[in-house]
Design a protein. Structure first.
Length: 290
């Protein structure tokens, strides 16, 4: 089993609590590694697990796990856990997993799940949308689409995301979240394959204090899907919109907790941290290539 067989790979590092007296990973933890990779696999599909299963009217239950040990991982080693959906039957889903150290497959495994009624745990046919979603991911298809437009078109979805992230999760007051710029800005919303909004951001209109300098803000992503590409997708869409209208630079105010996310997109910090709505922020900027 090779790394190239997996579209999804989860990076892990062996912790002290996972090893025995010989400083090798205790065998039960490999089951945890595979199970953690399943969680990440749903995130890679832009699939908020609880919300999607509720919408589809079922849930997934583990029926059987088998693990084959080839070599041992050791304390502090960096590993990658691959996961793929191998087959979808009438009510079953078979996943193959592998734990890699570099190119070496240390452990391989199979996880057999059954789609079932959550109350009675009796099996049900796998719904067509979920079946198609899994097939599309394994075929290399994109899991997200990004729509851009005005507040009239995207406001309900963008607003719902921002309320969930900024108001409910972070405790920002409603009066500080909404402003007149929403009606003027270009908004971007990322949708998954069930047309659920999963991330949003806005690009302010041109003509501010610094001509040729764009400002992107109100970047919000569902907590359960952070790291799954939704935030990056809306940022890329609005960055391209800024470039297309002739802007030479993009500025933004980043929460310090999200600074690494923006750095990965090419932004760099300018100036000292500052407080905004009770949260520490930092100015960041990105030069746009012609």
């Amino acid at each position: 089993m090779n790394r190239k067989n997996f579209r999804y790979l989860l990076p892990l590092r062996v912790r002290w609590s996972e090893v025995d007296l010989q400083k090798i990973v205790f065998n039960a933890h490999y089951h945890t590694y595979l199970d953690t990779a399943i969680q990440g696999y749903w995130r890679a599909l832009a699939l908020p697990y609880e919300a999607v299963m509720h919408r589809l009217g079922g849930d997934i239950f583990l029926k059987k796990t088998t693990v084959e040990f080839n070599a041992s991982a050791r304390l502090d080693e960096r590993l990658d856990v691959g996961m793929r959906c191998e087959r979808v039957g009438n009510s079953s889903m078979l996943f193959h997993g592998a734990v890699f150290r570099g190119e070496q497959a240390l452990v391989t495994g199979e996880l057999l799940y059954v789609y079932a009624d959550p109350a009675t745990q009796t099996s049900r046919p796998v719904p067509a949308p979920l079946r198609q979603w899994l097939a599309a991911f394994e075929a290399g298809e994109p899991m997200l689409r990004v729509a851009t437009g005005g507040w009239d078109a995207l406001g309900p979805d963008a607003g719902a995301l921002r309320r969930e992230v900024f108001v409910q999760e972070q405790g920002i007051a409603e009066r500080d979240e909404w402003d007149a710029q929403d009606a003027l800005a270009l908004h971007a919303v990322a949708y998954n394959r069930l047309d659920q909004p999963v991330a949003t951001a806005r690009l302010l209109p041109p003509g501010g204090a610094a001509p040729g300098v764009a400002h992107i803000g109100r970047v919000a992503s569902l907590a359960v899907l952070r790291g799954g590409g939704g935030g990056s997708a809306v940022m890329r869409a609005l960055t391209e919109a800024a470039r297309s209208r002739g802007d030479r630079r993009v500025n933004l105010s980043a929460q310090r907790s999200a600074e690494a996310f923006y750095r990965r997109l090419g932004y760099r910090v300018e100036g000292e941290p500052f407080d905004e709505v009770g949260i520490e922020h930092v100015h960041m900027t990105l030069a746009l290539a012609n």
